[in-house]
Design a protein around this ligand. Structure first.
Ligand SMILES: [Zn+2]
Length: 206
């Protein structure tokens, strides 16, 4: 059967998304054929605006609508405790767990030599610069408990020790690593709220 162009285009778009195979892509495209035109146009518009209407926060690199994300803007958040995560989705997982009142720093990934991702490809220097103001009292390293996440946490804590030696950051800045609540190899993004909160509670100094 010759494919129908308009449908095939939508199938191809869905198939290019992570975790969606050809069957699901086709099912979604045919499902959309039954959705009222007005609803479809709203959907298309929200996709078109997705990147236009979002900005990366200049402090923590989370997503927001203005210069600052809603968390950095919020005066009720404790700016002295910073939770360092790999991706904005990890931040969302902590927010959903609803037990952390500090702020965040999104690295944009983890150090991964096999993929050619080094410290300079991540927002690590920006994090270290944030520490110089002296406002931050504790840094919680909440990168994934994978090889890459552990290496990234180790690298950051090493860098901070170096900075302490040179007097570039306060000596009493506490650096902690989330605890063993998370199984090795598990992603922060997929952990349930209870597990995440336990991992936060069980953090240890590094
Ligand atoms: Zn922010």
């Amino acid at each position: 059967m010759r494919s129908i162009k308009a449908i095939q285009k939508v199938i191809d778009s869905f198939e290019s998304l992570p975790g969606i195979g050809p069957k699901t892509a086709a099912r979604l495209a045919y499902y959309l054929l039954h959705v009222p035109q007005e609803k479809l146009e709203k959907f298309a518009e929200s996709l078109a605006r997705l990147k236009k209407d979002t900005k990366v926060c200049r402090i923590c690199f989370n997503m927001g609508e203005g210069e600052l994300c809603p968390i950095c803007e919020d005066n009720d958040r404790d700016k002295e405790i910073v939770c360092v995560v790999e991706q904005p989705l990890d931040l969302l997982a902590f927010e959903r767990a609803d037990g952390f009142s500090g702020v965040y720093h999104v690295l944009g990934g983890a150090i991964n030599p096999l993929d050619n991702i080094g410290p300079d490809d991540l927002q690590i220097n920006e994090l270290l610069n944030r520490l110089k103001s002296g406002e931050i009292k504790e840094l919680i390293l909440a990168t994934n408990p994978t090889m890459e996440g552990e290496a990234t946490a180790m690298y950051i804590s090493y860098k901070i020790k170096e900075m302490k030696k040179r007097g570039r950051v306060e000596d009493n800045l506490k650096v902690t690593r989330i605890g063993r609540g998370l199984p090795t190899g598990a992603d922060v993004e997929y952990a349930d709220g209870q597990t995440l909160l336990r991992a936060l509670e069980n953090r240890r100094e590094v």
